[in-house]
Design a protein around this ligand. Structure first.
Ligand SMILES: [Zn+2]
Length: 180
């Protein structure tokens, strides 16, 4: 593939699914970095990629900085730098020009690697785009509906129990704001 193609970082959650809907011919990349909900995420990402009929690449990156199970914050120090670097490597290998990920306005406070300063700095070395950067969760939910994103296929919860979302973690709460 050449031209303006993209790698979309696809976590299997709502934000990244919207990023794919905005770039429906992308190559998607999902990464198992040791997150407690890896299997739920990766299964959701595979479903969403299949829905759009796009290639789904998986990579592994065992981060040494995982939060403890049950932490209210989902912050994993350095995570997005690692994920974006892997996506940029895939983009370069495939001659794709862009790397797209789903950082958004609701992530700004708790997650330094979702802020504009971080993304601008990353842009010095890789072609990062964050199309949802100024959007709230409510706006992303509305956009997802408008783009007919298969929201039921997506997965947000960090601490699933018996295959069900916990309903109380930050990811569950922000999903509830997006999809009331
Ligand atoms: Zn949850």
């Amino acid at each position: 593939m050449t031209g303006n193609g993209a790698v979309v970082l696809l976590s299997g959650g709502l934000d990244s699914a919207v990023c794919l809907a905005l770039n429906p011919d992308a190559v998607t990349l999902s990464i198992d970095y040791g997150q407690p909900h890896a299997q739920s995420e990766l299964d959701a990402a595979a479903r969403v990629a299949q829905h759009y009929g796009v290639e789904h690449v998986r990579a592994d990156a065992s981060l040494p900085t995982l939060h403890a199970p049950g932490d209210a914050s989902m912050l994993v120090p350095g995570r997005n730098l690692v994920l974006l670097s892997l996506a940029a490597a895939l983009a370069e290998a495939r001659n794709l020009r862009r790397v797209v990920f789903g950082a958004n306005a609701d992530d700004r406070d708790g997650y330094p690697d979702c802020r504009r300063e971080f993304i601008d700095a990353a842009r010095a070395v890789m072609p990062v785009e964050a199309p949802l950067l100024d959007m709230s969760k409510e706006q992303i939910g509305a956009l997802a509906r408008r783009l007919a994103v298969p929201v039921d296929m997506t997965w947000s919860c960090y601490y699933p129990a018996a295959g069900e979302p916990c309903g109380t973690c930050d990811a569950c709460k922000s999903r509830e704001r997006a999809l009331p």
